[in-house]
Design a protein around this ligand. Structure first.
Ligand code: CU
Length: 184
């Protein structure tokens, strides 16, 4: 229903703003900018000396043209980058990416083991139970700030499910190298 309203075109712009406000009021970190809906934004708590932390969210493009997440910004860290995980032999490594594509009518999840927001140079640990604002910038839709809730170390999902095994996801974030891109 929502999609059809937006597809009605530019005349719907004012309406879209009103709907956006309604979406935010639903809570659970949902926000919207243009045709892009953002939901389930969360970050994983970090141990005291961790240099970096990861943030995750779901993006849905209700529009008829592709868009892309091109930047994220937060005050909790010195730098904030977009990353993905790649498998190099048996080792998972993180790489910075310039953009995360969101196809027209499509969805993309930034989630552990895949795309994520990387908070590098944490000013203080991310503490479970807190939340902090993250500003996301999309190539076409512009910028929007969403609250990112912090789940416990080892969490794998927005709802707080823990990983099977060792909670290695959190460890990986703390120990992986982030200088690779500039060193290439
Ligand atoms: Cu990363």
């Amino acid at each position: 229903m929502f999609t059809r309203i937006l597809a009605a075109g530019a005349a719907a712009a004012t309406l879209a703003v009103a709907l956006s406000a309604a979406a935010v009021a639903h809570g659970d970190n949902n926000a919207q900018v243009g045709p892009i809906e953002i939901g389930h934004a969360w970050a994983r708590a970090t141990p005291p000396m961790a240099p970096a932390g990861g943030g995750f969210l779901e993006l849905k493009n209700t529009g008829t043209t592709a868009d892309a997440l091109i930047a994220a910004k937060a005050d909790v860290s010195e730098r904030t980058e977009l990353h993905t995980h790649i498998k190099d032999g048996d080792v998972m490594k993180m790489r910075q990416v310039e953009r995360v594509e969101i196809p027209a009518g499509g969805e993309v999840a930034l989630q552990p083991g895949s795309f994520h927001v990387m908070f590098i140079g944490l000013k203080k640990p991310l503490a479970a139970g807190e939340s902090f604002p993250v500003t996301l910038t999309f190539e076409k839709a512009g910028s929007v700030t969403v609250p990112m809730k912090v789940n416990a170390i080892g969490t794998m999902t927005y709802d707080g499910a823990m990983g099977g095994g060792s909670g290695q996801g959190g460890m990986q974030h703390g120990s992986m190298q982030h200088g690779q891109k500039s060193a290439n």
